[in-house]
Design a protein around this ligand. Structure first.
Ligand code: AVJ
Length: 317
């Protein structure tokens, strides 16, 4: 396993993110800090919730079309950005190995714990495959993709929705720059739909997403010595119809002051004040095709699950 971002780099980025996000109005934190060992486990739990359809919908698409993806791409190397447990990726690995082209799999994730577990399981399950885990941030470490040809970069789960539109442009452009002409991007995108379906997916009855949301406070407490009281923040999930994204926030349930000794920072929260912790943008085929084209990709194939909830794009550099 390769570790690109060392602990010092991670700590530095967290400090910069927290300092930037908690000293402006409105306050915000980037979603990557949800994913310590506990956060990654909570996310896995979310993927099994009855309200959280994206994982099941994407799995249905991959189950139906993995053989076509393997045939069209003739992939020698599969790279997965934000791989997490790589559970759905097995559908792709199976199809690509059956096709006989695939030699290596490179999962990249910020969560060292999730990645270590995934690499161990995949190495055992696929002895014929070279599996190299990379601990890294998909937005910052594209320059470190393994060199090769016939690479397919998979970015699944709808994680692209965590990026703001300008971040998306920068990301897709950087990814296109890291690929040779003819190589592939397999992109999973959650689709715009009725807010009555969307909102419960981010505000489940069992409260798992609320715990996941508050987990970022625990991460900051542990890493920066802060004294956030997670119980004093309420989970908020809302549909922003203008931007077509779900926004998760943490709402301070009282006036409170949080100390962050590692940053020499004292952060006041007013009762009812909301801090943004995640956007999860939802897409339409035409918009995504335009964004891909603007970054230098051509959309070659587009599949959705039978209910049209989730889209998977196969785009060529
Ligand atoms: C892992 C980014 C795809 O946005 O749906 C799940 C994260 N947040 N529930 C998503 C998440 C709240 C998830 N992604």
């Amino acid at each position: 396993m390769l570790t690109l971002i060392d602990d010092r780099d991670l700590a530095r980025t967290l400090r910069a993110d927290v300092l930037a996000g908690l000293t402006v109005t409105p306050k915000w934190l980037p979603p990557r800090w949800f994913y310590d060992a506990r956060g990654s486990e909570l996310f896995e739990e979310i993927t099994r919730l009855p309200e959280y359809y994206p994982t099941r919908a994407e799995r249905a698409v991959l189950a139906g079309h993995a053989p076509a993806i393997a045939r069209i791409t003739e992939a020698k190397c599969l790279v997965e950005l934000g791989s997490g447990s790589s559970e759905k990726t097995r559908l792709l690995l199976d199809a690509m190995l059956r096709r006989g082209t695939l030699g290596s799999f490179v999962p990249l994730d910020v969560s060292a714990s999730a990645l270590t577990a995934a690499v161990g399981e995949l190495t055992a399950a696929y002895p014929e495959l070279t599996v190299t885990g990379v601990v890294g941030d998909f937005a910052r470490h594209l320059a470190y993709l393994p060199e090769g040809d016939s690479r397919v970069v998979a970015f699944l789960g709808g994680t692209i929705g965590n990026l703001t539109p300008p971040e998306r442009t920068a990301f897709l452009t950087a990814l296109r720059g890291a690929l040779h002409e003819g190589e592939w991007l397999l992109l999973g995108a959650d689709l715009v739909k009725d807010p009555a379906v969307l909102v419960p997916a981010y505000d489940d009855a069992a409260g798992v997403t609320a715990e996941f949301n508050r987990n970022v406070l625990r991460v900051i407490n542990r890493e920066l010595g802060a004294d956030f009281d997670p119980a004093a923040f309420e989970h908020v999930a809302l549909w922003d119809a203008g931007h077509e994204w779900i926004e998760m926030r943490l709402r301070s349930s009282r006036d409170q002051v949080v100390r962050i000794p590692e940053l020499d920072l004292t952060v006041p929260f007013a009762a009812g004040e909301e801090m943004r912790t995640e956007i999860s943008a939802k897409f339409r085929r035409a918009g995504l095709a335009a964004e891909l084209a603007a970054a230098g990709f051509t959309l070659r194939h587009w599949w959705t699950d039978p209910d049209g909830r989730f889209g998977v794009a196969l785009a060529q550099a």
